[in-house]
Write a new protein. Structure first.
Length: 102
């Protein structure tokens, strides 16, 4: 399953897939490059479907955050499952990304 996205003004809401891992993270996150380059500076990653994250998936999220910050934007991660929240806590990414649990 691919990332689906919808744009509301300058906010891009991205619905992430079940897996965000080494095999697919870069390809799937590239879907967001075009809207960001066209001015969507705030991205909300809706991660309620994502159950599997690895270091490549987490790195892709950090790379997106860094790119957005270069344009005075921001990345928010929302609706993490309990598993996703634990991954963010263990890796301490909850200190670097704005997250919420469902």
């Amino acid at each position: 399953m691919a990332i689906t996205a919808e744009t509301v003004g300058r906010v891009l809401v991205a619905h992430t897939p079940e897996e965000l891992n080494e095999e697919n993270a870069r390809e799937r996150m590239n879907v967001l490059e075009r809207p960001v380059s066209q001015g969507a500076v705030c991205v909300v990653a809706q991660m309620d479907r994502t159950e599997s994250l690895d270091s490549a998936g987490l790195t892709a999220l950090l790379d997106l955050r860094d790119e957005l910050r270069q344009h005075n934007g921001n990345l928010k991660v929302c609706n993490l499952s309990e598993t996703g929240q634990k991954v963010f806590e263990v890796t301490r990414l909850d200190n670097y990304l704005d997250t919420s649990i469902r």
